[in-house]
Ligand binder design. Sequence first.
Ligand SMILES: C[S@@+](CC[C@H](N)C(=O)[O-])C[C@H]1O[C@@H](n2cnc3c(N)ncnc32)[C@H](O)[C@@H]1O
Length: 253
Amino acid sequence: MAKKAAHRGAGAFDEHFSAIYGPRWVSLRKALNEPSRPESHIPGLIKPYYLDRASAAAAAALGVQPGDEVLDLCAAPGGKTLVLATALGGRGRLTSNDRSADRRARLRRVLDEHLPPALRKLVVVTGHDATRWGLHEKEAYDKILLDAPCSSERHVLRDPAALALWSPARTRSLAQQALAMLCSALEALRPQGRLLYSTCSISPEENELLLQRFQVKRPGAWALVERALVLPDENAGEGPLFWALLEKSRLPG
Ligand SMILES: C[S@@+](CC[C@H](N)C(=O)[O-])C[C@H]1O[C@@H](n2cnc3c(N)ncnc32)[C@H](O)[C@@H]1O
């Protein structure tokens, strides 16, 4: 009798990602299991903050300029928000949002401990649902970061309890939530404003394939400027990080 494929747990995880990455999965899996090496590379802080180099590069790719109105929809614990705040150079405003109260408390601590007072006063912390933001505030921001809640396979792989519970259904539901967040972010963005979408997932459903679904859902409403997929097996342990920089169209799509 043919063996039924597992849909949950370590076996299903390996089967799923072997099918996506082919022979590369062996080296990628090994690299994901190595400890990550956060570094301090955000200039202009009063105390160093350690984060993955690829994360800092992704946040910098949004291209925040002094005077910008900026929204970080999923900001806690705050590594990328620190990059955005320092790029304001003392002018403009950053709204750093996160729905989780516990994580918001941590975000406030990070902002207070790391930002000089002249930058800290430009940052407002809020606690709304990112999937609904665009219903309430439209065409209000020059730049938006959406660092979406994602499958975080690097963490799953190192946590036996999480690995035992892993199933592709969770990836599908996170992708659906991220699509709702992308639509909401697009509403909140000014015409020709820029949106940086990022995840630390290695699942195409949450990355490239999600952008394809977003294109189908909002045809002509945005264009892709640049994107990158940084995987640790080929980038000296950095990542995983997928990011895509999008520009909202001049006229409604
Ligand atoms: C990938 S983490 C963000 C990491 C952060 N950008 C950083 O660089 O430190 C995703 C965050 O999204 C938050 N989140 C999850 N669902 C949300 C929602 N519906 N609205 C707003 N925030 C949400 C989580 O609490 C979590 O802190």
